[in-house]
Structures are given as structure tokens and as C-alpha cells.
Design a binder for this molecule. Structure first.
Ligand code: PLP
Length: 378
């Protein structure tokens, strides 16, 4: 039996053709028809102009810079996320303020956000930006978060790295705040092997990000530079993979949801093992199938489930470790943190690849049930 991975690439079939075209026409670098087409096709999905980049992390860096974040600034962000949501704040010399999650979606808690905004106002400061993360393929509570940020004059970056295909009130997330960020890393719902994108309804902002991503070279034949730039552009070869992947995005969303709901149904009789919440305000892709374990009710804890899965060569992981528990950000200011800590302590991410067969899912289900005292085999 082969190893089951947490979240592996799943090609659709058209990718190799677009890559071959890039080779045949020798458009192998940071310009070319695949890049133009990928940006256009992605713009239709997110409903706003896009710029294709080397990674989601690069996109976050450019997004924060485009909003004017600089040394000494405060930037609000959730503590329950992957470290790449927060590192670009530090790249710019700014300070993250880490906010707890709510229990309806595991995303940024609007009450903590309001507390942080009020506290900043009392000190006569205004945070330079808010990073909202749509975790595991589920939208944050934007109905509450966006008006709050607007009331305090704080621009919003949506970190939708895990949320292509995710909807809030019927609209794809990413272009609902001021700037949005997507990732096409190998573990994401669609992939360009590695890659990302920035999106905004503000076309001038997207153009500025594209300019910075190619070393900020001024117009003209001389290598003249007036602004600081980066080598952050996606290549035309990888954009070809992206075009093939975008063609199957809707199918990938259905497949990821099927995986999560098949697990949920198979564990329905197990008291103390629950699929993460599915908030009413949006379409949750369940990019990763995340469950929470209540060890007293289930009779076994999360780490015992991880160990049982590992014995069967099945990759599973804890939920994200909150940023305030990381040595790197232990001294950062924070508001709350108990919900994020609880999700981290009890959360388990099960294999979620979109190509998993009924047999694969059966193997995961048997390994989990086998570790639960008194559970039948299936
Ligand atoms: C929430 C979140 N933000 C940002 C990133 C960074 O994306 P990338 O790996 O493309 O740099 C990731 C994923 O890796 C992520 O999960």
C-alpha cells in the first residue's frame, strides 16, 4: 500500500499542453502568453484584476507594501494561521498584533478585532493594515470584519492562500477587501508547483505590484531603478500549469468537499470527533478536512489518532500552531488566544487530496476507528 499524503497535487490533463506550448514558442521566463491568459482567467474567477507571482508569501509582501505598511507600524492578524501570513509583516519592519479566533469558522474573531482597534485608538495609533485569513477553505466573518475595519480606517488584506473556490455570500473571497492574496503551492486546491497571485479591484495597485515583482525597472532601455523591487514574478511555464488547473477548479472544490463529508458521515456515530464548523455565511471548500477531538468523549486524544494514522503510513497533521505560541512571535502583542490554542490542541487534518478514492478514504476511516476504544471497524 502506498503512502497517503495530506494534500498532494492533482493535475487536470490540460497542463502539459500549455507547458509544451511555452517550450515550443520559447516563452520560458517572466513574460508570455500563458501568464497573460492565466491572469485573465484568474481575474474572471476572483472578479478583479490579478498579478501572478512566485508565491503567496511574495504576494502578501507586495500587498502590505502597496498599503504603505512600513517600519514601526502595527498590523492586525489572526494568531491561528500558517507563519507565512505573518512573516511579510516582519519583512517590512512592522509589528504583528495577534488576534484570537471565533468558534463558528475558526477564523479571526470580530470581537477581538474590535478590542484591538479600540485599544489602538486609546493610544492614539491606527493599525496600518489588517490581514484576514480564510483558513482551510472557509471564509472569515466578513459581514462583521469589513465594516469594523472601515469604521476605524484600516485597510484589509485578505489572505486567501487556502481559499481559492471559497465563497462569502456567493462571492469568491480575495477581492472583497482592499487587496487579496492566493497561493498555488503544491498542497493547495490547485497548484502551479509553487506560485501565488495578488488581486485587487484597484487596477493601479495590481499594476504597481507587477512592476515591483520584476525588479521595479523604470521604462526605457537603460537599467534604471527609482524604487526598490523584487524578483517575485511567476514564470510563463508555471502559468501554463495554472491555466490547466483553473479549468478544473470547480471539480476540485466538489472533490474536496466530498472527502470531508465522507469522513464526517463515517464518524457520525463517534461522540467527540467532529468536522470543523461550516459557517452559514459561505461555501467552505474544506481544502483540508479538519476534525476536532474531544478526548474525554472519544476515549482517545488527537495525538493517539496521529500515531495510529502514521503506523498505517497515512500523513495527518495537527491544526496550525498559533503564532503567539511560536518562538518567533512569542513576544508579539496579542488579544486573547484561548480558542486558537484549543483548536491547535484538539485539531487534526486528515488526508484531503482531491483524487482520493473510496478505498483510500476507507483506509483512513479504518485507521481512525481502529484507534477509538469500542468503535466498530467501519
Ligand atoms: C494561510 C496561508 N498564507 C500564506 C501562505 C503562503 O503561500 P505560499 O506557500 O504560496 O508562499 C500559505 C501557504 O503556504 C497559507 O496557508
Amino acid at each position: 500500500m502506498s503512502r497517503l499524503y495530506l494534500s498532494a497535487p492533482h493535475m487536470g490533463g490540460l497542463e502539459a499542453g500549455y507547458v509544451a506550448e511555452a517550450f515550443a514558442t520559447n516563452w520560458l521566463s517572466s513574460v508570455g502568453p500563458n501568464l497573460d491568459a492565466f491572469e485573465d482567467e484568474l481575474a474572471r474567477v476572483v472578479g478583479a484584476p490579478t498579478c501572478a507571482l512566485a508565491s503567496g508569501t511574495a504576494a502578501l509582501h507586495l500587498a502590505l507594501r502597496a498599503l504603505g505598511v512600513g517600519p514601526g507600524d502595527e498590523v492586525l492578524c489572526p494568531t491561528l494561521t500558517f507563519v507565512a501570513s505573518v512573516n511579510p509583516i516582519a519583512y517590512l519592519g512592522a509589528r504583528p498584533v495577534l488576534l484570537d479566533s471565533e468558534r463558528t469558522s475558526f477564523n479571526l474573531d470580530p470581537c477581538c478585532l474590535e478590542d484591538a482597534l479600540r485599544a489602538a485608538e486609546r493610544r492614539g495609533r491606527r493599525p496600518a493594515a489588517l490581514v484576514v485569513v480564510h483558513l482551510y477553505g472557509q471564509s472569515a466573518d466578513l459581514d462583521a470584519i469589513l465594516p469594523l475595519a472601515a469604521r476605524y480606517g484600516v485597510p484589509v488584506v485578505e489572505d486567501a492562500a487556502e481559499a481559492l473556490g471559497t465563497e462569502h455570500r456567493g462571492r469568491q473571497v480575495g477581492a472583497l477587501g482592499d487587496v487579496g492574496v492566493l497561493s498555488f503551492n503544491g498542497n493547495k486546491i490547485i497548484t502551479t508547483t509553487g506560485g501565488g497571485a495578488l488581486t485587487s479591484r484597484d487596477r493601479a495597485l495590481v499594476d504597481r505590484a507587477r512592476f515591483w515583482s520584476t525588479q521595479a525597472r523604470d521604462p526605457g532601455i537603460a537599467y534604471e531603478h527609482s524604487e526598490l523591487g523584487y524578483n517575485y514574478r511567476m514564470s510563463n511555464v508555471l502559468a501554463g500549469i495554472g491555466r490547466g488547473q483553473l479549468a478544473v477548479l470547480a471539480e476540485r472544490v466538489r472533490q474536496r468537499r466530498r472527502v470531508a463529508f465522507q469522513y464526517r458521515d463515517a464518524f457520525a456515530d463517534l461522540d467527540g470527533l467532529e468536522l470543523m464548523p461550516q459557517a452559514e455565511w459561505g461555501l467552505h471548500t474544506n481544502w483540508l478536512s479538519v476534525f476536532t477531538v474531544d478526548p474525554t468523549r472519544l476515549g482517545v486524544d488527537r495525538d493517539a489518532l496521529l500515531a495510529a494514522l502514521a503506523r498505517d503510513d497515512i500523513e495527518a497533521r495537527p491544526a496550525w500552531k498559533p503564532m503567539h505560541l511560536q518562538p518567533l512571535y512569542a513576544s508579539a502583542e496579542r488579544v486573547g488566544g484561548a480558542v486558537a490554542e484549543d483548536v491547535f490542541a484538539r485539531g487534526i487534518c486528515l488526508p484531503s487530496s482531491s483524487f482520493l478514492t473510496d478505498d483510500d478514504l476507507g483506509r483512513v476511516i479504518r485507521a481512525v476507528r481502529g484507534a477509538v476504544p469500542g468503535a466498530s471497524a467501519s
